[in-house]
Design a protein around this ligand. Structure first.
Ligand SMILES: [Zn+2]
Length: 180
């Protein structure tokens, strides 16, 4: 879970978690001095399933959490970008891949940590990669080579499973997944 807000972003006074006076039903970080109410909402994590023919690109993480585990390129969406732009940016930053963005494949809610993850398919246009500092190694895996026990996050595993199932079925869908 995210760290609670400690100080008011407007005036710096220590905040208190309480019900705001406007009839709101959730406790919020309320500033006792300037009365600013700090709303906290889920963050978006955006990424891609980059493919080269039958193979999928995975990145070995060079950062915590899950150092050394394999993941799809993904990260927190930035202000001022669309979900597809964020997914493309993360794919460049983490894998140094060249690709063309395709359609949305999965949207996964992870309420326990207040996140929504979105993955797009991305068609690689080169099999040369130039991983950034967050990645130890970026390489292609066929379906039977995927290190299922070494996948960093459940959202990545769920997304890969749906990608391969759709590919077998010959038709890609958008999958809505809730993860507890
Ligand atoms: Zn304040």
């Amino acid at each position: 879970m995210r760290t609670p807000i400690k100080h008011c972003r407007s005036c710096g006074t220590e905040v208190a978690y309480r019900l705001p006076p406007d009839g709101d039903t959730r406790e919020r970080a309320v500033c006792p001095s300037c009365e600013t109410i700090h709303y906290e909402n889920p963050l978006n994590v955006v990424g891609t399933v980059p493919y080269w023919g039958e193979k999928i690109l995975l990145c070995k993480r060079n950062i915590e959490p899950r150092w050394g585990k394999w993941t799809l390129p993904a990260g927190f969406m930035e202000l001022g970008e669309s979900v597809a732009q964020g997914a493309a940016r993360e794919t460049v930053e983490e894998a140094g891949a060249e690709f063309e963005m395709e359609d949305l494949l999965s949207i996964l809610s992870v309420p326990r940590v207040g996140q929504v993850h979105l993955f797009f398919r991305a068609r690689l246009t080169s099999e040369r990669f130039d991983p950034g500092p967050e990645t130890i190694e970026a390489r292609l895996f066929s379906e039977d080579e995927i290190p299922w026990d070494e996948i960093a996050f459940r959202t990545v595993r769920e997304t890969l499973e749906r990608y391969f199932a759709d590919r077998k079925a010959g038709r890609f869908n958008v999958h809505t997944v809730d993860i507890d």
